[in-house]
Design a protein around this ligand. Structure first.
Ligand code: F6P
Length: 365
C-alpha cells in the first residue's frame, strides 16, 4: 500500500446509466475499508472540478445506492474543461480552463482521481493524466462501444430494458397482426439492437454496421405472412442506415462536445415500409432514455462493483493513467492513451450476427 495517497476523489461524466452508483459505492468502500483513504466526489462531472463542488463520500453516504440508477454525484455530457465556453467581451468563446480544476484539486488536497465515463469523459481524463493528474478511468456506457473492454457497465441493464420492450411489443403485435418497430439507442454501434433482438426474438434486426435494403425487410414480413405469421417485430438501432443513405438525426446539441443526437429512424422506417407493404399496419416505439434509467441489472451490479474495487486497487498500486477493463472474465487495465477513440463496432462476421442469420433473422442485407 502506498503511503503517498491520502485523499481521493471521483466523478461521473457523460450520459448516465445504471451501475454508476454501484461503482461509487464500491470505490468508496474499498478506499475507506481497505486503504484508509479519505474520499470525495465532484458533483456534475467536470463542471464540479471547475467550480470545486466537492462533497465527502462516506460509508454512510454511499449506503443503500448499489441498485439505484442515476448517479448521486450527478452528471453532464457537455462540460469539456479543455474547451470550456466562457463569456469574453460579451462573446462566448471556448477556452482551456483545465488549470482551474488542477488548482482546485491541489487546494483540496486531492491526491488521485477516479473518472467514471464513456469515450468523451475519458478523453478529458487522458488529457488530465497528461498534465500529471494521478487518474484512473472506469468505462461506462449503455452503448458498449469501447474496444478496450469486453463490457462497459450499463449495457446489460439497457439490454434487459430493450428485451422486455420487445417481449411487450410481441404480444400486441400478434393480437393486432401488426408490424411493430422498436428504436433503441447505441449511437453508431449496434450492440443493443443486436443482442436485444436475439434475446427478444425479433424478426428483423437493423444495426448501423449493416446498411439495410428496405425491400428485403418487406420481403421478410411478406414471407412470414405467407407462413401464417401475420405480425412481425423489428428492432432498429438509432444509428441504422439504409443502403446509400445516411443517419437520421433528432437534434443538434450546440454546446455539447459531441453535438449529434441520433433519433427518428423508427418513424422513418415505418413510413417507408408502409409504402411497400400497405396491407400491414405498422407502429413504432422509441425506447429512448428508459434504457438509461431504473435499477441496475444483477450483472451490472456485480460488474460495477468489480470496476469500483479495481479502480481503487490501481490507485493503491500507483498504476495511474489507466482505465480498468474486463478481459475475458478477468479484471485488467489498459493505458488511457490506447483506449480513447477506439470504438468497438459489430463486425459483419460477428458470431451473434451469424447466429441471428442461422435462425432466420433478417438483418436487412
Ligand atoms: O451514449 C449513451 C447514449 O444514451 C446514446 O445511446 C444516445 O445516442 C445518447 O447517449 C443520448 O444522449 P442524450 O442523453 O444527450 O439525449
Amino acid at each position: 500500500m502506498t503511503d503517498k495517497i491520502k485523499r481521493i476523489a471521483m466523478m461521473t461524466g457523460g450520459g448516465d446509466c445504471p451501475g454508476l452508483n454501484a461503482v461509487i459505492r464500491a470505490a468508496t468502500r474499498t478506499a475507506i475499508l481497505k486503504y484508509g483513504y479519505e474520499v470525495y466526489g465532484y458533483k456534475y462531472g467536470y463542471k464540479g472540478m471547475y467550480t470545486n463542488d466537492l462533497i465527502p463520500l462516506t460509508l454512510e453516504s454511499v449506503s443503500g445506492i448499489l441498485h439505484k440508477g442515476g448517479t448521486i454525484l450527478y452528471s453532464s455530457n457537455k462540460d469539456n474543461l479543455f474547451a470550456y465556453p466562457q463569456e469574453v467581451n460579451g462573446k462566448v468563446i471556448t477556452q482551456d480552463v483545465s488549470h482551474v480544476a488542477l488548482s482546485n484539486m491541489k487546494a483540496s488536497g486531492i491526491d488521485a482521481l477516479i473518472v467514471i465515463g464513456g469515450d468523451g469523459t475519458l478523453t478529458s481524463a487522458r488529457d488530465f493524466s497528461r498534465k500529471g493528474v494521478k487518474i484512473v478511468g472506469v468505462p461506462k456506457t449503455i452503448d458498449n462501444d469501447l474496444a478496450a473492454t469486453e463490457t462497459t457497465f450499463g449495457f446489460y441493464s439497457a439490454l434487459d430494458c430493450a428485451t422486455e420492450a420487445l417481449d411487450r411489443l410481441h404480444t400486441t403485435a400478434e393480437s393486432h397482426h401488426r408490424v411493430m418497430i422498436l428504436e433503441v439507442m447505441g449511437r453508431n454501434a449496434g450492440w443493443i439492437a443486436l443482442e436485444s433482438g436475439i434475446a427478444g426474438s425479433a424478426d428483423v434486426i437493423l444495426i448501423p454496421e449493416i446498411p439495410y435494403d428496405i425491400d428485403k425487410i418487406a420481403r421478410k414480413i411478406k414471407e412470414r405472412a405467407a407462413n401464417g405469421k401475420f405480425f412481425s417485430v423489428i428492432v432498429v438501432s438509432e444509428g441504422a442506415v439504409p443502403i446509400g443513405g445516411c443517419v437520421t438525426i433528432d437534434r443538434i446539441v450546440e454546446d455539447s462536445p459531441d453535438p449529434i443526437r441520433l433519433g427518428g429512424i423508427g418513424k422513418k422506417l415505418s413510413y417507408d415500409l408502409e409504402k411497400i407493404i400497405g396491407d400491414h399496419e405498422i407502429r413504432y416505439t422509441v425506447l429512448g432514455h428508459l434504457q438509461r434509467g431504473g435499477n441496475a441489472s444483477t450483472f451490472d451490479r456485480i460488474l460495477s462493483t468489480r470496476y469500483g474495487v479495481a479502480a481503487v486497487d490501481l490507485i493503491a498500486e500507483e498504476k495511474f493513467g489507466n482505465m480498468v477493463c474486463l478481459k475475458g472474465n478477468t479484471m485488467s487495465y489498459e493505458s488511457l492513451e490506447n483506449v480513447i477513440g477506439v470504438i468497438k463496432s459489430v463486425s459483419e462476421d460477428n458470431e451473434l450476427v451469424r447466429v441471428g442469420k442461422s435462425i432466420g433473422i433478417s438483418f436487412g442485407d
